[in-house]
Ligand binder design. Structure first.
Ligand SMILES: Nc1ccn([C@H]2C[C@H](O)[C@@H](COP(=O)(O)O)O2)c(=O)n1
Ligand SMILES: [Zn+2]
Length: 217
């Protein structure tokens, strides 16, 4: 199987968040004295002391981006983005989807038609664009954008024009595409710092069934 074909199969079979970062939810022991770590080993938590295994800011923001991606209706690639300010406040979140008022039941989600108008590429708004458009603050100057996939050249222009100064991305899987090269060139000229995210947790899990809400404080 050629690299191109195997990549397509991978694209089709696994969603981006499944292949890059598993986001589910688990009882990590916050409410009990006995809990299990990721290897299943039982550990006892000291309820008199501050937790040490809380999510650090970058982990939290990237997890928010991946959670947002779960809203995407793109059957192949779900991407989320989260923008934060210098006070670690979330000021914008977005995921890839069709423009407001343009039915995602009618517009195409395929990517292989010989007719460009019958592919999603003509219509879909990228996660970064939506995060910028959804901003809940006056401007995004000096902000950081967390995103699953390295931004394309069109989003790079928006990121630069919005005044975002840092991009933290998970995957650079399209690094050989001209669009990625153009993004990198523009980011470098505009002084936007790009940093690949190295996860500290291989899993961030939320398991609603496992959470014991009957804690007495
Ligand atoms: N940085 C990115 C890269 C891609 N997207 C979106 C655009 C499409 O909906 C999908 C890519 O589709 P594929 O060619 O993998 O079938 O991901 C984005 O929002 N941000
Ligand atoms: Zn883009």
């Amino acid at each position: 199987m050629s690299a191109e074909v195997s990549e397509k199969v991978l694209d089709d079979k696994r969603s981006l968040h499944e292949s890059l970062m598993e986001l589910s939810i688990v009882d990590n022991g916050t409410v009990g004295t006995d809990s299990k770590d990721s290897s299943g080993t039982s550990k006892v938590r000291d309820l008199e002391k501050k937790r040490e295994d809380y999510l650090e800011w970058p982990e939290y923001f990237m997890a928010v981006a991946f959670l947002a991606a779960m809203r995407s209706k793109d059957p192949c690639t779900q991407v989320g983005a989260c923008i934060t300010d210098s006070n670690n406040r979330i000021v914008g979140v977005g995921y890839n989807g069709m423009p407001i008022g343009c039915s995602d039941e009618i517009l195409p989600w395929g990517k292989n038609s010989s007719q460009p108008l019958e592919t999603k590429y003509m219509y879909v708004c990228h996660a970064e664009m939506n995060a910028i458009m959804n901003k809940n603050t006056a401007d995004l100057r000096g902000c950081t954008l967390y995103v699953a996939l390295f931004p394309c050249n069109e989003c790079a222009k928006l990121i630069i024009q919005a005044g975002i100064k840092q991009v933290v991305y998970m995957s650079d899987k399209h690094k050989n595409k001209p669009s990625t090269e153009a993004s990198k060139m523009m980011f470098s000229m505009a002084g936007v710092k790009c940093q690949q995210f190295v996860p500290k947790n291989s899993k961030i899990v939320i398991d609603f069934e496992e959470i014991d809400w009957n804690i007495s404080i």
